[in-house]
Design a protein around this ligand. Structure first.
Ligand code: CA
Ligand code: CA
Length: 101
C-alpha cells in the first residue's frame, strides 16, 4: 500500500513541533504571550514529564535569551523551548498518563 503524499509545499515543521507549539500556547493561561514558570511547568506536566520541575528550570534557562525569566512567545525563545522539548522525545501522541502508578 502506497501512501499518496501530495507534492505541494509541505510544511517543514513535523507534526510534533506544531503540537508542542500549540500545547505551549495553550498553557499561556493568562494570555499575556509570555510563559512564566508555572505555565511552563504545567506544559511539562501535560507532556508527562516526571521531572517537570527540573525540565522547567532547564527549559527556561536554555530558551530564555533575554534573561527575564519568562518565555516570550513572539521571539526565538518559544522556538528554543520547542526545540528543547523535542530533544526530550516526549510522546505527544498520548499526552495522558497511561501508567498512573
Ligand atoms: Ca502567561
Ligand atoms: Ca525571555
Amino acid at each position: 500500500m502506497v501512501l499518496c503524499v501530495k507534492a505541494t509545499t509541505a510544511p517543514p515543521a513535523p507534526q510534533t513541533e506544531k503540537m508542542i507549539r500549540e500545547l505551549l500556547k495553550r498553557h499561556d493561561s493568562n494570555n499575556n504571550n509570555r510563559l512564566d514558570k508555572a505555565e511552563v511547568q504545567s506544559a511539562f506536566d501535560e507532556l508527562g514529564s516526571k521531572f517537570s520541575f527540573y525540565r522547567r528550570l532547564r527549559g527556561i534557562k536554555i530558551a530564555d535569551e533575554n534573561g527575564d525569566g519568562v518565555i516570550n512567545m513572539y521571539d526565538n525563545e518559544l522556538d528554543n523551548l520547542v526545540k528543547y522539548i523535542m530533544s526530550k522525545n516526549y510522546d505527544t501522541s498520548k499526552q495522558k498518563k497511561l501508567n498512573a502508578s
